[in-house]
Design a protein around this ligand. Sequence first.
Ligand code: AGP
Length: 606
Amino acid sequence: MCGIVGFTGTREAAPVLIDGLRRLEYRGYDSAGVAVSDGGTVNMAKVKGYVKNLSEITHDGADLKGRIGIGHTRWATHGAPNDVNAHPHLSSDGRFAVVHNGIIENYALLRQELTGRGYKFASDTDTEVVAHLLELYYDGDAKRAVMRTAARLEGSYSLGVLCSDGRLFAMREQSPLILGLGVGENYFASDVAALVPHTKNVIYLDDGEFAELTPDSVTVYDVLGRAVEKPVSRVTWDVEAAEKGGYEHFMLKEIMEQPACFKATVEPRIKDGRIVFENFDLTDEELHGINRVIITACGSASYAGQVGRYIMEELCRIPVSVELASELRYRNPIIDKHTMLIVISQSGETADTIAAMRECKARGARVLAIVNVVGSTIAKLADHVIYTWAGPEIAVATTKGYTTQVAVLDMLAIYLADRLGLMEKERYDRLVDALHAMPGQIQRAIDLNRNIGRLAKKFCRHNAIYFIGRNLDYAVCMEGALKLKEISYIFAEAYAAGELKHGTIALVEEGSLVIALACYEPLFDKTMSNIEEVKARGAEVLAVALEGSRKILSKADDVIFVPRTEPVFNPIAQVVPLQLFAYYVARERGCDIDKPKNLAKSVTVE
Ligand code: AGP
């Protein structure tokens, strides 16, 4: 996912922009650049590689003079990662510089038209068409050129536009762009993390809107160029939240933050012993009109949905399915106004999830979003939003994002079951009490596994690791396997334990490592049988079991114990040691834990 920053003020812009880009590095990228101006010429530097390379060639921006500017970190979609394809892109006359996040779907036709008009393209990117369109439509008024250009673009984009006359614009269409309000200076960025060092007062642009920024003013316009009033939001977290805080990696920090993030997500939604949601106000008629729930997401968010599915079906007695967004969007699904679609996304910007959401919304589904980023595209498109309050998640491998998603799904299931008259008061109160106790249980899951590095050292040389479990254990296996493979690059897969004998057990041989989750007590004996099955074929078994479950010691070679919680909340405690196991295995293997190869924090392209 590309990163965008913009600045206008009385300070030199380049150092501010480069610092902003550093705070967006976690999103994954392959090149970086900045363009600045003082009203006259545009000075630009861009380079394949990292922000530190950009800083080196510009002496941390000191070589570039100008108090207005734009910056970009690029995650290549069109055109290889190289200096030429890096952003910003200039118009032929050098008057405009542009940075872009998203995809201009109709860029090929626009490129053909512009080439026919005599424009010469320097790069292979879709973005460059924007720079030349601005030049084509410029008649002395940069704002009008911006509007006319926007009218020609199709697709998703957030754009920063710098004009050599010193004017600075930000444009948003289906890709996040946030304005930062300073004193004598103003900013924009694709992510609040780049703004927080300067200001906590922000404005979230909506699709179709654009803004002009000067050092003393920020004006937002609608698609017709009419000024619109926008609310100023206050960012609730500090710069430190987006920094490592003394941990070796963001991922470890974010694992350790989970007790606090769970509390921040849950506690504000329990008032006088009752679960309340700030933006989920179905009438009884609407609620009883729902006859099925589809949960859609990608990656770990979909695995959080797998946990939610078991719990929601169990408590609410309503059919719930989990559909990978990349499949759901193309499946011509049978959806109507009686379908509730629950969309889960940490970033709120995952392209496949957005597309699936649009598809289902168009077919009449009522959409509830569970997202972590305020003002994100998914949050804005949904009928209802329940935010996870995990704070900024920097590591590509999600941890606190996942557990707070599960926390919201747990609360939602309890809330809906109660609204549907399916929950006795005693059980409701017991579950609410257990929610209050969960931060302590998560901390205990961390404390019980301070020595998990020993297990990681023992098992880090395996080339394939099988996760097996049943019911909720199986759902957690999916997340445990993904964590391991995405940061340690070890082949790992989750299998429903009951499925082993239908083929997969053929893979189990002397020395295979099987991680068996055995916390779902109604099926504990079945899982124990599966452990015996794989052991009989020479496997080594690392089990995950509830504290006090001593029977497991008779079968498993090693055991990770987790605290006993309300059964429906076990997944939240269980996943923590699996996160730590993946982290320490990756560390043993010398992997780039916070920025795993080939991965980005938010997959905003298909
Ligand atoms: C999880 O560790 C991965 N980074 C990935 O699977 C991620 O969960 C997925 O891309 C969905 O991202 P989202 O929650 O931001 O939509």
